[in-house]
Design a protein around this ligand. Structure first.
Ligand SMILES: [Zn+2]
Length: 200
């Protein structure tokens, strides 16, 4: 990747991961789409409010003994709170780490769900079939994208409404995010705080 500059404020931009599709300028808050030709402005949004977290964009460490770098994060607001999803380079791959009031889950498999029941009718307690696997629904809620920071492989414009569904399938944690355009399915596991070691 050649050296890049924020097309809004001129700050240097370094894209670390080849899967990154969007970069949020840390200086001016402009959201930049990463293309083969360079950077395109998608919009300018206020920076995320800082809340205490063990992670920060750019931090490194280990999760379950394997190395990670935090590349970016997306924040979701729901009635009365928020949760963050950290985009990680993890052991040579990419992963998402969700953080919700000090509770962490690591999602290492992501796919677009092809076959999914009508989202509006899905309820907690039900078991539904998703692409041939049985998913027990634990929680369903609505959230709104609050914004992003750093570089991201998966991006939605702030303000976008998302239906999120948490479930379990074959002992693994399933997180499903539904927008009007697509349904993404993440497979992962719950982490204990001691599973995450941040350097420095
Ligand atoms: Zn900028």
């Amino acid at each position: 990747m050649p050296s890049l500059q924020c097309t809004s404020c001129g700050a240097p931009v370094e894209i670390k991961n080849r899967f990154s599709k969007v970069f949020v300028c840390g200086y001016c808050g402009t959201h930049l789409r990463v293309t083969d030709e360079g950077l395109d402005i998608t919009g300018k949004h206020p920076k995320l409010a800082e809340f205490p977290s063990i992670l920060s964009v750019g931090c490194r460490g280990t999760i379950l003994g394997k190395p990670f770098t935090a590349l970016g994060r997306m924040r979701y607001d729901y009635g009365g709170g928020h949760f963050d999803e950290w985009f990680l380079e993890y052991d040579g791959e990419t992963a998402w780490l969700s953080e919700d009031e000090g509770t962490f889950a690591l999602y290492t498999e992501m796919e677009e769900a092809e076959e999914f029941p009508d989202v509006t009718s899905v309820r907690a307690g039900q078991t539904v079939a998703v692409d041939g696997r049985r998913v027990m629904i634990k929680e369903k809620g609505r959230a709104r994208i609050a914004g992003g920071e750093g570089e991201l492989s998966f991006y939605m414009e702030p303000g976008t409404e998302v239906v999120y569904i948490d479930g379990i399938s074959e002992g693994k944690k399933i997180s499903i995010e539904c927008t009007e355009e697509e349904i993404e399915l993440f497979t992962g596991r719950v982490l204990l705080k001691r599973d995450i070691v941040v350097e420095g």
